[in-house]
Design a protein around this ligand. Structure first.
Ligand SMILES: *[C@@H]1O[C@H](CO)[C@@H](O)[C@H](O)[C@H]1NC(C)=O
Ligand SMILES: *[C@@H]1O[C@H](CO)[C@@H](O)[C@H](O)[C@H]1NC(C)=O
Ligand SMILES: *[C@@H]1O[C@H](CO)[C@@H](O)[C@H](O)[C@H]1NC(C)=O
Length: 311
């Protein structure tokens, strides 16, 4: 059973659109004693540029832990049963894609769990787990794929890759986006950072909700209208090709997850293959991304400390 203070976290998590600074403060104070690895980014601030998590949205901080090691960080929304964003340090990819073994977070359901993600059991899933997060059945036979926010192909270490296969790092994403323009973006960013970034690259990838929430198969898991992503590479090679001059130290993107969305934020390129039609990604400066996030969230959302300015 969930304890009463955890329900407080849950209720406050749904205040996202109107959260004031006071509510955010109360959220942190309330959730702090909940448990070790949910409710506090303190053990995993290394995954954020300047150890500074993005500011502006209430949710449940999860230090994503796999095989007793922190791998990345997620701001999770209990009412949406989905992440707001995941943050990680990029490493030039190498090696094979791991086998798809989907995991869940016992600590979202049981305060005493040790904070490690674990694979779903082969049979029926515990009802408290089902209540507290998305499970495999939510996605099966839906018209959405499991879209990684932190993708396995942005990592070198096999266990780091495996750790991205947790449903708290996943949102309902249309195939046309996940296998099309969004996949191309992930590859593009990977090549760009591998080639031109000399030090650490910090990436934050998240969602923009519909103005009126939509739900996977009608309930339980919220579907995003757009995905967004931004990187911060404070230490980069200054002799950049002219066409990349404004893309360091930071750049961002928004991708469509619905061909029916209007075109104010991301226009549609009608020249692409039919299956990817309407899933375009628009590259943009960080400040432009933050403007769109502020518009939709109704509150200032800051992705990187000091706009990822150089140290
Ligand atoms: C998914 O759909 C197939 C075909 O309609 C059906 O046989 C199967 O039982 C469904 N699975 C679930 C988990 O709903
Ligand atoms: C920076 O880029 C230039 C041109 O591509 C290359 O010659 C040089 O070795 C790079 N320097 C570093 C420190 O990576
Ligand atoms: C877009 O609109 C069409 C026609 O109304 C509908 O069939 C389709 O399901 C919609 N797509 C999404 C992703 O909502």
């Amino acid at each position: 059973m969930l304890e009463s203070n955890q329900w407080t976290c849950l209720k406050m998590g749904s205040l996202h659109a109107t959260a004031s600074a006071a509510a955010l403060l109360a959220l942190t104070t309330w959730c702090h004693p909940c448990r070790a690895d949910v409710g506090d980014f303190a053990p995993c601030t290394d995954f954020f540029y300047s150890t500074w998590p993005p500011k502006g949205l209430p949710g449940v901080p999860i230090c994503q832990r796999y095989l007793n090691k922190y791998r990345f960080a997620t701001l999770y929304s209990r009412p949406r049963r989905a992440p707001w964003f995941s943050a990680y340090v990029f490493t030039p990819p190498a090696g094979r894609r791991p086998k798809e073994e989907w995991k869940y977070e016992p600590q979202l359901a049981y305060a005493k769990a040790d904070g490690n993600m674990v694979p779903f059991p082969p049979g029926k899933v515990d009802q408290n787990v089902v209540e507290s997060q998305a499970v495999q059945l939510d996605y099966i036979n839906s018209s959405y794929t499991r879209g990684h926010l932190n993708p396995s192909l942005h990592h070198q270490d096999l266990q780091d890759k495996e750790s991205t296969f947790t449903l708290t790092n996943v949102v309902p994403q249309k195939f046309g986006s996940n296998d099309g323009p969004w996949a191309w973006l992930e590859k593009h960013v990977s090549q760009l950072l591998t080639k031109h970034c000399n030090g650490d690259s910090y990436i934050v990838t998240g969602v923009i909700p519909y103005e009126t929430d939509r739900w996977l198969k009608g309930d339980r898991v919220a579907v995003p209208e757009y995905l967004w992503s931004a990187y911060c590479c404070p230490n980069y090679n200054k002799s950049l090709p002219v066409n990349l001059a404004n893309t360091f130290p930071t750049f961002a993107a928004i991708g469509r997850n619905d061909p029916n969305s209007t075109e104010e934020i991301v226009p549609i390129n009608r020249g692409v293959r039919k299956e990817f039609w309407g899933y375009d990604v628009r590259l943009m400066p960080l400040a432009t991304l933050e403007m769109y996030l502020q518009q939709r969230f109704g509150t200032v959302f800051t992705v990187f400390y000091n706009q990822c300015s150089e140290p």
